[in-house]
Design a protein around this ligand. Structure first.
Ligand SMILES: Nc1nc2c(ncn2[C@@H]2O[C@H](COP(=O)(O)OP(=O)(O)O)[C@@H](O)[C@H]2O)c(=O)[nH]1
Ligand SMILES: [Mg+2]
Length: 205
């Protein structure tokens, strides 16, 4: 749950990047970290013990300016995608206020995208959170792979399999070069801050 400090006029929101292993969650955070002004970002904490595999989470604190006189502080987290880290994923979701689901474009990985989205719904339910009522946006990452010979999914196929019931905003991205990364971040931040404000500050935004 978001922390609201009325004396400091600060709102702290937690946004989690979810998705199957190696879809590009950490790469999103690394790009955001590199692109943000030093005064607006905290230290990126990343616990990588085996090459590029996140075993616990990555954490990047951001300061996103003011809304209604409140300083908006956002903490971006990633989860480990590999099936065996179920307990960790569930733990990282504790107190989540907003979600980015990052999908892999490879045809062979579509099953894993779908499973991961179902896993997200189940893990949220364990925290008494309803995925349909949470701020959530989708990111179709690694779109650069569409220009290579590897079989990839079209945006229509991704929309059909992942977004036909959610019907939320989705962004095409290339996290390695930053394409779509800030579009995704801006939209989820906006939705999350509105959700937190309406839920906890009881204000209409
Ligand atoms: N071609 C391509 N590779 C990407 C993109 N985003 C991430 N990657 C690569 O995919 C691999 C897994 O990325 P990572 O961020 O560690 O995935 P995570 O497991 O979801 O955190 C790394 O080698 C990244 O460099 C992208 O947009 N295009
Ligand atoms: Mg990672």
């Amino acid at each position: 749950m978001a922390l609201i400090d009325l004396s400091k006029k600060e709102v702290h929101c937690k946004i989690v990047f979810y998705g199957p292993g190696r879809c590009g969650k950490t790469t999103n955070l690394l790009y955001i970290h590199k692109a943000m002004d030093e005064k607006d970002r905290g230290k990126m904490l990343t616990i990588d013990t085996k090459g590029d595999r996140t075993l616990f989470f990555d954490l990047l604190p951001l300061n996103l300016g003011k809304i209604s006189g409140f300083d908006i502080r956002i903490q971006l987290y990633t989860v480990p995608g590999q099936v065996m880290y179920e307990a960790t994923r569930q733990l990282v979701l504790k107190g989540v206020d907003g979600l980015v689901f990052v999908a892999d474009p490879l045809k062979v990985r579509q099953e894993r995208n779908i499973e991961s989205l179902e896993d997200l719904r189940r893990n949220l339910a364990k925290h008494n959170l309803d995925m349909d009522k949470m701020p959530l946006v989708l990111q179709y990452n690694k779109r650069d792979l569409c220009d290579t010979p590897v079989p990839t999914l079209t945006v229509e196929e991704l929309e059909h399999d992942l977004n036909s019931t959610l019907k939320t905003a989705s962004y095409e991205a290339i996290a390695t070069t930053g394409v779509g990364v800030f579009d995704t971040l801006k939209e989820i931040s906006k939705r999350t801050v509105r959700y937190v404000a309406e839920k906890h500050l009881l204000v209409k935004m």
